[in-house]
Every structure is written in structure tokens, then in C-alpha cells.
Write a protein that binds this ligand. Structure first.
Ligand SMILES: Nc1ncnc2c1ncn2[C@@H]1O[C@H](COP(=O)(O)OP(=O)(O)OP(=O)(O)O)[C@@H](O)[C@H]1O
Ligand SMILES: [Mg+2]
Length: 622
């Protein structure tokens, strides 16, 4: 069983409680239907290029016809030139032959160019379509599917389709025409000999079909194994410092070697089947040709046919044989492509579980409009939530919370309490199983995703930077921001100073995931990004956790300024930073235990008291 089937079954098990994904992976998934059916939907990607397709088909037919007529040229050269013994006639017929070859070259140029163009164009379109699909999928999809696997679909699978559409398919079609045309010409040339060919063709087709099927199954396993290698290497390379620090080089070497060998074993089986396929086809075809030469040679000796006719006949027979061989070869490839197509179409047919509603409601559209004071800015209503990948444990249970416009609310509690999860639900990365999240009294499910997320500015627990320069990374918060706006945001996030000292200032490249910055610097870039976005609701997930006391003081000052007139939710482990919040929410085990101000909680909440005691005592002893 292939790895992808494994993982599908696995995810199927996991998802019995929810049906978002199971539809796309259901039993009538194209994996089980025939190879051709799974290739059919690809046609819709070819459709827009009808003109190019018809031109390519025209040249394909054209070159096939010219190739077929070459046989007549061969016959003329032998009969009119050699047998007739006339050098003039020989020259003439050779000239005709050269003319035909020129036509063939001319047609081949256009056929090859147009077909390859189609392959590249269509695979580019599919690549884009798949990517566009992926970036809109609900985040839980990526918890169940490894990124390396998705990447290999974007690269390996689409490349395979490109070679199929651009070359293999064209080869198959051309060979098919030549096969038909060749057979007709064979009948025209000599009926008796043709019967030998006709008997032999099914003999060749049988092993082709038999091995072809096996090749297809093995190919898709092979593809999966390669994807595994990519995923594995990607993860190791990304975490190279951890690997080296734990001296895991040898272990990783062995593990990676194991993956590579697994892929090789699968590939070995596949090439074994293909080798059998080629050998069988060659053996059968050339044996048939030899028999034919013998029978035909006897006829020429007996004067029943001319030497030119036999020459032309052999020419056509070889053409038919190579065509059959090509079809056999390409057939295997088509089977492989069917596997790729299936996987790609599977991705394309996924529907995101988190989508904007058909007709979305509008939020009051500016801060100045004074979003109705009587309605809370944010509300969590009787909310229960289970992560799709962990359906038995509630990440949030019975959450009720209202946050007024402009308020600053702090979420505190032990690790794993569900604080970050609150942010995830607020931004609608997941939908709760029970209850709802309200923004200005409107359920966020009734808002368009873009409107909802426009409202929010998030500084995540682990700041995420892109492998690009500082400018781009800050401007991610507002792509059309001017340089001055970006620098201003950096200044307010207390990032300007260190950015100026980078080798190329704001144009310094930060390395993959910003590896060239310290943790605190990354955090300040992330804060600058949120400041630049200037959102209505600010979500700070331990935004200052990686800063030293002094920069924390500065950044906190900047954040305090930013929080004015803005609804803010802060998650903080260091309680000193949230003492002044309007409301502190104490969470534990997915539940809200207590709510109040620092002062009231010190009186009423034992968990809060304990958290405070631990921290402030620790602070004193330091
Ligand atoms: N993507 C996920 N899939 C499954 N479970 C998850 C996922 N993310 C978080 N959890 C689980 O949900 C619970 C709450 O996690 P959450 O990240 O909200 O904790 P937290 O309060 O932010 O903790 P910390 O202070 O350590 O950041 C934890 O038990 C965690 O293991
Ligand atoms: Mg967290």
C-alpha cells in the first residue's frame, strides 16, 4: 500500500467526527477509478488553449503523413533507381526524398514547439491553481498533511504532467497515427505479409498491458517515497543546529539513508517491470520482422513482388513496430501521470472548511464612526472548541467573555491553558464546535474573512519572518506603505536602532525565516509590522517575551501608546506587564477560571495569587 494511501486512511480515521475532509477523500476518490478518468479533468486546463491544440494536432498529422509517404520514396529509390539502373531517375527520386524530409523537418519544428509549449503552459496553470488552492485552505489541513508532501505535488507532480502533455502524449498520438497509417500502407503493399504483422501486434500488446499496470502502481509509490525524502531532508536542514547540538548527525544519516533506500527499492521494482516491458516488446517485434523478411524475401526471389515493394514494406513494418513500442513506453508514462493527476486533482477539489459566507455582513467601517458603545467589541459566547487533530480533548470549554471597545484585556494562565487558541478562534483559523465569536455583535462567521482579518493585528508567540529584507517584512502589514511609514513603524517598535546597524539597513536580507536576527529583534520587527497595519484589534501573544528588561520597557511603552483607542488582548506570562490591564482573564485547562482586575483577582483568585507569588518572589530573589 502506498504511503499516501496510508496517510489518507490515517486521516480518515481521525476525522470520523467531522466531515470537512472526508468528502474529498471518500471511497469514490479518483484513485480507484481508471487511469484515463483521472486524466480527463486535466482537459479543462487544456481547453483555454484550443487554438494551440488544433495547430499542434495539425502539424502532428502533417508530420505523420510525410513520414508515411517516405516509404513510397524508399520504394521509388529502389525500383526506379537501383533496379532500373538509371542514375537520372535515382537523382530525381533522391531530390523528391530530400524535399519530403525538408517538409518533415519543418512540420516537426512546429509540432515540437507547440506541444512542448502546451505542456509548459498547462503545468504552469495547474501549479498556480494548486498553490492558489493551498493558501486558502483551513489551517488544520496543514496539521494533517506534511508541507513537503504538498511541495512535491507542486513540483514533481506538475513536472510529470508537463512532460506528459508536452512530449509523451504527443509521441503517443503520433505513433498511433503512424501505426494506423503504417498498417493501411502495409495492406496496400502486400496483403499476405501484413497478416503476419497483424497477428504479431496483439502478441506485443499483451505484455504491454500486463507490465504497464504494474508500472503504474509502483510509480505512484515511488513518487510518494521521493516526497518523503524531500520532507525529511527539509525538516533536518531547517533544524540543523538542533541536530548538530545533539550530535544526531549519524542517526540522521542512517534515518535519511533508510528513506533513500526505501525509495530506491521501490524504483528498482518499477524499472525491473519496465525493463521486462521493453525487452518483451523488442523481442517480439524484431522476431516478427525477421519472419516477415524471410517470407517477403522468398516472394521477391520467386518474382511475386518487387525489391522496392519489399523495401517499402520493411520500412512500414519497422514504423509500425517502433510505433507500437513507443505507445508501450508512453502507456507506462501515462499511467504514472494518471497517479500525479489524481493527486493534483484531489488537492484542487478540496474545499476550505473556513470560508467567507455567501453574503457577508459589513462591520461599521471606521473607528471614527464610534462602533456602538453599547455592543461589546469582542464576545465569546458559550464557546467549546476541540482541535480537529485532537477531537477528544477540549482546548476551550464553555468560554464566555466580553471585551469592550478600546479595552485592554490580558489572558494569563499556565502553559497549555488555551490562551493562544483564543487568538486562533478570534482570527477564525478554526471554527468552534459550540457557541460563537462575536465582533461588534456580529458572529465572525457572517463576516468576510478578509474583513475580519483586516480588523486584527497579531504579534504571534513565535514571530514569523519571511526570507526577504527588513523593508518587505515590515511592509507585510501594509503592502502599499511608504518608506517613511515603514521607518516610523520601526521607530515606534524600537526596531529602528538595530535595523540601521544592519549591513544594508532596511534592505538587509534576513535569511530564511529571519535567522540572521536575534529573537528579540525578530519580535520587534513583528511588532513594527502590526503597528504599520494599524488594526482595530491588537492581539499580542507574549509579544515582549524575548526582550531584555530595557527594550521590553521601551517596547512596552510603544505598545501602550499603540493600545490607546484600540481593543487589545495581551497574552503574557510575565504578570508585571499586565497589571494595568482593564481586565485580566485567568485561564486553566481550556476554561476561564476568574476574571477581574489585578487588585480584585489578588483577593479572589487562588490561581492568580499563586501565579503572582511565584513570579514576584522569583523577581525578588534574582
Ligand atoms: N494545532 C493544534 N492541534 C492540536 N492541539 C493543539 C494545537 N494547538 C494547541 N493545541 C493544544 O491545545 C491546548 C491549548 O494550547 P494553547 O496553544 O492555546 O496554549 P497556551 O495557553 O497558549 O500555552 P502557552 O502559554 O504555552 O503558549 C494545549 O493542550 C495544546 O497542546
Ligand atoms: Mg500560547
Amino acid at each position: 500500500m502506498s504511503q499516501s494511501q496510508h496517510s489518507q486512511q490515517h486521516s480518515k480515521k481521525k476525522q470520523t467526527s467531522q466531515n470537512e475532509l472526508s468528502e474529498s477523500l471518500s471511497d469514490d476518490s479518483p484513485l480507484k477509478s481508471s487511469a484515463y478518468q483521472s486524466l480527463l479533468p486535466i482537459l479543462s486546463f487544456i481547453k483555454p488553449y484550443r487554438r494551440q491544440v488544433s495547430l499542434a494536432l495539425f502539424f502532428l498529422l502533417f508530420t505523420a503523413t510525410v513520414s508515411l509517404s517516405l516509404g513510397q520514396g524508399v520504394k521509388m529509390v529502389i525500383d526506379n533507381g537501383f533496379i532500373a539502373g538509371s542514375s537520372d531517375q535515382l537523382t530525381q527520386t533522391i531530390l523528391v526524398l530530400i524535399g519530403m524530409i525538408c517538409l518533415l523537418a519543418f512540420g516537426t519544428f512546429f509540432r515540437f514547439y507547440l506541444m512542448s509549449w502546451l505542456g509548459e503552459r498547462v503545468s504552469a496553470d495547474i501549479r498556480t491553481a494548486v498553490f492558489n488552492k493551498i493558501i486558502r485552505l483551513h489551517p488544520s489541513y496543514f496539521e494533517e498533511n506534511r508541507s513537503g508532501e504538498l511541495m512535491s505535488r507542486l513540483t514533481t507532480d506538475t513536472t510529470l504532467l508537463q512532460s506528459i502533455i508536452g512530449s509523451s502524449f504527443s509521441m503517443a498520438l503520433r505513433s498511433f497515427f503512424m501505426l494506423l497509417g503504417g498498417l493501411v500502407m502495409l495492406f496496400v503493399t502486400n496483403f499476405k505479409l501484413t497478416m503476419i504483422v497483424v497477428v504479431c501486434v496483439p502478441l506485443i500488446l499483451v505484455p504491454m498491458l500486463f507490465f504497464g499496470r504494474r508500472v503504474r502502481d509502483l510509480a505512484s509509490t515511488s513518487q510518494d517515497a521521493i516526497a518523503d525524502i524531500g520532507t525529511y531532508a527539509g525538516e533536518i536542514i531547517q533544524n540543523i543546529k538542533v541536530v548538530q547540538s545533539y550530535n544526531h548527525e549519524i542517526l540522521e544519516e542512517q534515518a535519511f539513508g533508510g528513506e533513500v533506500e526505501k525509495a530506491f527499492e521501490v524504483a528498482k521494482k518499477r524499472i525491473m517491470q519496465r525493463s521486462f516491458l521493453f525487452a518483451a516488446v523488442i523481442l517480439l517485434t524484431f522476431a516478427a520482422i525477421s519472419v516477415m523478411l524471410w517470407v517477403g524475401g522468398m516472394d521477391v526471389l520467386a518474382g511475386n513482388m518487387s525489391g522496392g515493394e519489399l523495401g517499402a514494406f520493411v520500412f512500414y513494418a519497422i514504423m509500425v513496430a517502433t510505433s507500437v513500442a513507443t505507445v508501450a513506453e508512453v502507456y507506462g508514462e501515462l499511467q504514472r501521470a494518471a497517479g500525479s493527476a489524481t493527486r493534483l486533482l484531489e488537492l484542487l477539489s478540496l474545499e476550505s472548511a473556513i470560508t467567507s459566507p455567501q453574503s457577508s455582513l459589513l462591520l461599521p467601517n471606521s473607528r471614527s464612526e464610534n462602533k456602538s458603545e453599547s455592543i461589546a467589541a469582542i464576545g465569546f459566547n458559550n464557546l467549546d472548541f476541540y482541535y480537529p487533530s485532537r477531537p477528544d480533548v477540549a482546548a476551550l470549554k464553555n468560554i464566555n467573555l466580553t471585551i469592550e471597545q478600546g479595552q485592554t484585556v490580558a489572558l494569563v494562565g499556565p502553559s497549555g491553558a488555551g490562551k493562544t487558541t483564543m487568538f486562533e478562534l478570534l482570527q477564525r483559523f478554526y471554527d468552534p464546535q459550540q457557541g460563537c465569536v462575536l465582533l461588534h455583535g456580529i458572529s465572525i462567521k457572517q463576516l468576510s474573512l478578509s474583513q475580519l482579518r483586516d480588523e486584527m493585528g497579531m504579534v504571534p508567540q513565535h514571530p514569523v519572518l519571511f526570507s526577504s529584507d527588513v523593508m518587505h517584512n515590515i511592509a507585510y502589514g501594509k503592502p502599499d506603505a511608504s518608506k517613511d511609514e515603514i521607518i516610523d513603524a520601526a521607530k515606534r517598535a524600537h526596531a529602528h536602532e538595530f535595523i540601521k546597524q544592519l549591513p544594508q539597513g532596511y534592505n538587509s536580507f534576513l535569511g530564511e525565516q529571519g535567522v540572521r536576527l536575534s529573537g528579540g529583534q525578530k519580535q520587534r520587527v513583528a511588532i513594527a509590522r502590526a503597528i504599520l497595519k494599524d488594526p482595530d484589534v491588537l492581539l499580542l501573544d507574549e509579544a515582549t517575551s524575548a526582550l531584555d528588561a530595557q527594550s521590553e520597557f521601551h517596547v512596552q511603552a510603544a505598545l501602550n501608546e499603540l493600545m490607546v483607542n484600540r481593543t487589545t488582548i495581551i497574552i503574557a506570562h510575565r504578570l508585571a506587564t499586565v497589571i494595568h490591564a482593564d481586565k485580566i482573564v485567568v485561564m486553566d485547562n481550556g476554561k476561564i477560571i476568574d476574571t477581574g482586575t489585578h487588585q480584585t483577582l489578588l483577593q479572589t483568585s487562588s490561581l492568580y495569587q499563586r501565579l503572582c507569588e511565584l513570579q514576584f518572589e522569583q523577581g525578588k530573589s534574582e
